[in-house]
Design a protein around this ligand. Structure first.
Ligand SMILES: Nc1nc2c([nH]c(=O)n2[C@@H]2O[C@H](COP(=O)(O)OP(=O)(O)OP(=O)(O)O)[C@@H](O)[C@H]2O)c(=O)[nH]1
Length: 311
């Protein structure tokens, strides 16, 4: 097998949601194609040091903090690359093309420059997943309180909601899911339905969320819809990765009321379990939006919440 080239790559995120892309300079392979700033990890370098060196050399900035995010392997005709992505939300100095390359701030959902390096298309999809993920809690809250909290959270910027109401009959679930989809659609938020691919299609939800048993038994990712899964260990995370799922939830980081008898993972174990996965992973279990920075520090894409988001 050809050698694997390892690279450290930066997703530099501005507060307006735009990311920085650069055009590969003349003289390099794939010159003219657009990419995230970064480059090869040299012998003896850690990925983080390679990232800082490349950011300095290519665009003249220093990352104040860089969090490990996803790792993607991609085979080009002449080489296989292993791209270790980091998110950078704070940096020093203004980025400028030090190799005479063009730079452009772009929204992941509407990139105006092309062509993108082929390895990067799924990365732009992953970047369209918001950092806060909500799970419905009709069972504990009741309908009036739940819908009031949903409208409030949507107003505050919530853009991804999982419908999970195992106590409802199928008719009730359809009625409730349609109402959640309707309210979310007003602001362009996406809804995934727990466990029911057919219902998701029938009501025009964005996708489906697989409970663990369904993750382990499903043969292929359902086509044409957003699809994530609930995981508790490395085996389940690897299954989600093999199926090419768009995201995973990993629980339980802290002790929760939902699973009082389960031993929580804690943040260090969480970080260890999600290393080198190609899809974003949300941390779940006794968390609130105030845990976001800690989640990022441990490699999470964001925080998933069943109670914390509705308070
Ligand atoms: N920097 C960067 N490289 C990427 C991205 N996507 C992607 O497939 N790659 C691949 O990862 C490898 C990174 O190497 P590079 O060519 O940027 O590294 P470098 O600046 O150290 O290269 P050099 O040794 O040619 O100067 C290349 O094969 C490149 O095609 C991306 O978004 N950013």
């Amino acid at each position: 097998m050809a050698e694997i080239v390892e690279a450290a790559v930066a997703v530099i995120l501005r507060e307006d949601g735009k990311v920085l892309l650069g055009q590969r300079p003349e003289g390099k392979p794939w010159s003219g194609w657009w990419e995230f700033p970064g480059g090869k990890i040299e012998a003896g370098e850690t990925p983080f040091h390679a990232l800082q060196r490349e950011l300095q050399e290519e665009i003249g900035i220093e990352a104040e903090v860089a969090h490990p995010w996803i790792t993607r392997v991609f085979s080009y005709p002449d080489r296989t690359v292993k791209l270790r992505f980091f998110t950078v939300r704070r940096w020093h100095r203004e980025p400028h093309g030090k190799e005479n390359q063009q730079l452009s701030w772009e929204l992941p959902a509407a990139v105006n420059v092309s062509p993108m390096l082929p390895a990067n298309t799924p990365v732009l999809d992953a970047l369209q997943l918001p950092t806060a993920y909500a799970i419905t809690n009709l069972a504990e809250m009741g309908e009036a309180a739940f819908f009031a909290a949903l409208d409030h959270a949507l107003e505050q910027g919530l853009r991804l909601v999982q419908v999970r109401e195992k106590q409802l009959s199928s008719d009730e679930l359809e009625r409730f899911s349609r109402e959640v989809v309707r309210r979310c659609a007003v602001v362009g938020a996406r809804v995934v339905i727990n466990g029911d691919i057919e219902l998701a299609r029938k009501i025009g939800a964005a996708g489906v969320h697989l409970p663990t048993a369904q993750l382990m038994s499903l043969e292929a990712k359902p086509e044409g819809m957003l699809c994530g899964a609930s995981c508790h260990n490395r085996e389940e995370l690897e299954r989600a990765s093999e199926l090419g799922l768009d995201y995973a939830l990993l629980a339980s980081v802290n002790a929760t009321k939902t699973h009082p008898d389960t031993q929580p993972l804690g943040w260090d174990r969480f970080a260890e379990l999600i290393r080198e996965l190609p899809m974003p992973v949300y941390a779940l279990g006794g968390l609130a939006k105030s845990d976001m920075d800690t989640a990022w520090e441990h490699g999470a894409h964001g925080v998933a919440m069943l109670r914390g988001i509705w308070r």
